[in-house]
Design a protein around this ligand. Structure first.
Ligand SMILES: [Zn+2]
Length: 460
């Protein structure tokens, strides 16, 4: 920000006025009180410091005001995220997604089963029973914990193959994300028998005109957004999912997940995390735009938990230079890989980082490079943290409350503080009370057979 002056102060008040009227567009007085469609969006690992950091990362430094982000526009409340007592106060993505999908707290690792491993009906299963369409669009594999808990049941999030198999019975209309590794040809043939179109290349998505579709665009998770700056994968998948699902007159429930915010948080990688936040923000704006044209659609956005204990400023220094991150050209992981491969690596790294390391910093990178890609990756992240003054307290999750954002009919239900299970219970209460008489939808899938209990490691 530059120093204040009268002109920019006037601009601030004008922008406040315009943002206030802008916010009203999302809740026109003629909107129905009960939504026909529900879009729930989860920023995996997106604790409150991520949305604040994203605001300063996005700030235009040539203006007096700090511009609002989509998160600032849509913020309505907060939510606690703790799992069932057996797992303490810090949740994993599986227990948190189970809470968001069913309204029931369970143990870390649970995929929509309770602490006694009994299956719990999910928002999407209940929506299906009432004749609605369902879909997921995510940047992780589609059978990762968050989408899995909305669609299926298993005593362990680690049972990726069983979860992939179980998706056959979910009758979901749109499945978009990564995960080719878990869907072998024999399984895809069964999806084809059920009328699914299978896509393995992102460019095929544009031509799809009708559900059902299963699009798997990577072996496991999609590449980092920072390494594919023009791909706009999540907003493209979100737009397509809205187009396909809205063909059902009975309405739809769509889950969109910015899955890799969490993965970047586990890696304590601020440059990659901010690019993932930007991709998620763009996807939210796609839904925001859809709601402006379809005032029967409710959007609720939240996070499942915080990851990494990100701090904006660190080490006693009152400073955060997130603007520097905009010049970073690739993930530290990718920069390290390319820097190992080239001789003139120092100028290459400077070009990729958008700044020239000092002599001391260059020496540290040089020492790290001699120890291989992984150590160099770590050294680059440490350098970026030091330049931006970014702090981290954990390579795992933390127990802070998360934010809740909403727009559209019944958005006011989500105002104020609530528990993550309340979010699910409110959404479930907004579903139509009865199945349409013409519906012949299948019942919710049966749970997987009980298998041996395993201790859950803290997975992404
Ligand atoms: Zn995680």
């Amino acid at each position: 920000m530059k120093l204040s002056n009268f002109v920019s102060a006037t601009l601030v008040s004008l922008s406040l006025l315009s943002s206030a009227s802008y916010a009203n567009i999302g809740s026109p007085t003629d909107a129905p009180s009960r939504p026909k469609n529900i879009v729930i969006m989860v920023g995996d690992g997106m604790g409150p410091s991520y949305t604040a950091a994203y605001r300063y990362y996005q700030d235009n430094p040539s203006t007096q005001e700090v511009e609002q982000t989509v998160f600032d526009r849509l913020l309505v409340g907060s939510a606690s995220t703790y799992p069932a007592a057996v797992s303490g106060y810090v949740t994993d993505s599986a227990a948190a997604a189970t809470a968001l999908a069913t309204g029931v707290k369970s143990y870390n690792g649970a995929i929509s089963v309770d602490v006694d491993k009994r299956t719990i009906p999910t928002l999407m299963e209940l929506a299906k029973k009432r004749g609605m369409s369902t879909g997921v669009a995510v940047t992780a594999q589609i059978n990762h914990a968050t989408p899995a808990a909305f669609l299926s049941h298993n005593e362990s999030r680690r049972h990726y193959d069983a979860l992939a198999q179980s998706y056959l019975d979910t009758d979901a209309d749109v499945l978009l994300g990564g995960g080719q590794k878990y869907f072998p040809e024999t399984l895809l043939a069964k999806f084809a028998d059920k009328g699914y179109q299978y896509l393995s290349d992102f460019s095929q998505l544009a031509a799809v005109e009708q559900p059902k579709v299963i699009g798997l665009f990577a072996q496991v998770q999609l590449p980092w957004a920072i390494d594919e700056p023009d791909a706009q994968r999540l907003s493209t998948m979100t737009q397509k999912a809205l187009t396909l699902l809205s063909q059902n007159e009975q309405g739809f429930v769509l889950l969109v997940e910015g899955s890799l915010i969490d993965w970047a948080g586990h890696n304590n990688d601020i440059a990659t995390a901010m690019a993932e936040m930007h991709e998620f923000a763009n996807a939210i704006e796609v839904v925001e735009q859809y709601i402006r044209q379809n005032n029967d659609t409710l959007l609720v956005v939240t996070a499942d938990h915080d990851t990494g204990g990100l701090s904006i400023g660190a080490n006693g220094d009152y400073r955060w230079d997130g603007q520097l991150l905009k010049a970073v050209q690739a993930s530290p992981d990718a920069i390290a890989t390319s820097a190992i491969a080239v001789d003139d690596w120092q100028s290459h790294v400077a070009q990729q980082l958008g700044f020239t390391p000092t002599e001391d910093e260059a020496q540290q990178l040089s020492n790290a490079r001699m120890q291989g890609q992984k150590v160099l990756d770590g050294a680059i992240k440490t350098l970026i943290d030091s330049r931006t003054n970014t702090g981290w307290t954990s390579s795992g999750h933390t127990g802070v409350d998360v934010q809740v954002f909403a727009s559209g009919p019944a958005a006011s239900l989500f105002h104020g503080h609530q528990d993550n299970t309340d979010i699910a219970n409110k959404l479930i209460s907004l579903l139509p009370k009865k199945a349409p008489t013409a519906s012949n939808n299948s019942a919710p899938s049966k749970s997987a057979a009980p298998a041996k209990v395993e201790t859950e490691a803290l997975l992404p």
